[in-house]
Design a protein around this ligand. Structure first.
Ligand SMILES: Cc1cc2nc3c(=O)[nH]c(=O)nc-3n(C[C@H](O)[C@H](O)[C@H](O)COP(=O)(O)O)c2cc1C
Length: 319
């Protein structure tokens, strides 16, 4: 195996740690010489919740960003081609040559094993402005935009999330689909285990996702009043734009962790046309919203233990 192929397989291992909607890991990688192709995996698309595949593409974008960061951290230069088209590869990464390790990428890779989805309220401490700036810079650095909500807008967001959660929770087919992806220990390597789901509803202004099962995650008392909410948005609504949204999410999340913050995606209002319109109002109709994120200072630096991943042979093919 050449050094480049070894670097690409290593990058896939890092990419496999990326966040994904309900931990579906809807991706498949093909390593071929100096090239890495990323495909969506239709068998792990949430057909009821996500018929258009938007959240699947956001998830794949996050995996793509993880892979490119892993290469840059090892000093490999790479070119990325994005199509977003699920018929072929949604993106291809080609290694163009060796170079020096990128220090920012090194910090991001160090954040990968520490990053996890923390659904507890954030600590009662303000988000340091420098840390928030690092996160917004991470998003704009990928070419997308981010709007940090004013307190009044957070109330409007809470209404949109509540409406989205009610719509999804009253849909029998969506509930049945969700049940297949959450709860238990998740031995098969996908889905959200009990350990990552709050035991009781956390005190939050914006309601958390209702997974429909009783989790085992202990929730500290206190309200997440110090949380900061932001909308990631951009200028397009094509598949490739949703892929880029995932890259922005990954950049924001890794830099949030690197700066002592916790990030929680709140995607439900972006999943439904009517509540997505409410999100558009929040960004003054100047773009297409892809995702809401909650930022805050974590209660403690717990590392993720509970959320499983598929074994490498199930997500990567070596040609
Ligand atoms: C596109 C996308 C949307 C997500 N939406 C939510 C959400 O609305 N609520 C939530 O609690 N977690 C959400 N998550 C977090 C995933 O559930 C989480 O990444 C996955 O279970 C893997 O766990 P980990 O992040 O701890 O590795 C989302 C993640 C992605 C990538």
């Amino acid at each position: 195996m050449s050094d480049v192929t070894r670097a690409l397989t290593g990058a896939v291992t890092v990419a496999g740690r990326a966040p994904s909607i309900h931990n579906t890991q809807p991706w498949r990688f093909v390593v071929d010489g100096d090239r890495l192709d990323l495909h969506t995996e239709p068998s792990r698309q949430l057909r009821e919740l996500d018929p258009e595949g938007h959240m699947m593409l956001v998830s794949c974008g996050a995996a793509l960003h993880h892979a490119v960061v892993a290469l840059a951290a090892e000093g490999w230069h790479a070119e990325v081609e994005r199509t977003g088209a699920p018929e072929g590869a949604v993106a291809s990464v080609r290694v163009t040559g060796p170079g020096e390790p990128d220090p920012h990428a090194v910090r991001r890779v160090a954040a990968v094993p520490r990053r996890h989805t923390d659904r507890r309220p954030v600590a009662p401490v303000p988000v340091p402005p420098d840390a928030l700036a690092a996160v917004t810079d991470a998003v704009t650095g990928t070419g997308l935009r981010i709007h940090v909500l004013q307190p009044k807008q957070v109330v409007e967001l809470a209404v949109a999330v509540d409406r989205a959660l009610r719509a999804e929770g009253s849909d029998d087919r969506q509930r049945a689909e969700l049940a297949g992806w959450v709860g238990g220990a998740r031995e098969a390597g996908t889905g959200v285990p009990d350990a990552a789901i709050p035991r009781s509803a956390p005190e939050t202004t914006v309601p958390g996702r209702d997974f429909g099962v009783d989790g085992t995650l202990t929730v500290p008392t206190g309200h997440d009043e110090r949380a900061v909410h932001a909308v990631i948005y951009g200028t397009g609504d094509r598949p490739v734009d949703w892929l880029r949204a995932g890259e922005a999410l990954s950049a924001a999340w890794l830099d949030a962790v690197d700066n002592g913050l916790t990030l929680l995606p709140e995607s439900s209002p972006a999943e439904i046309a009517s509540t997505r319109l409410l999100l558009r109002q929040l960004v003054s109709h100047v773009g297409y919203p892809y995702l809401v994120v909650r930022l805050g200072v974590a209660h403690d630096e717990t590392t993720t233990t509970g959320t499983p991943r598929l074994p490498a042979p199930e997500i990567v093919e070596l040609r």
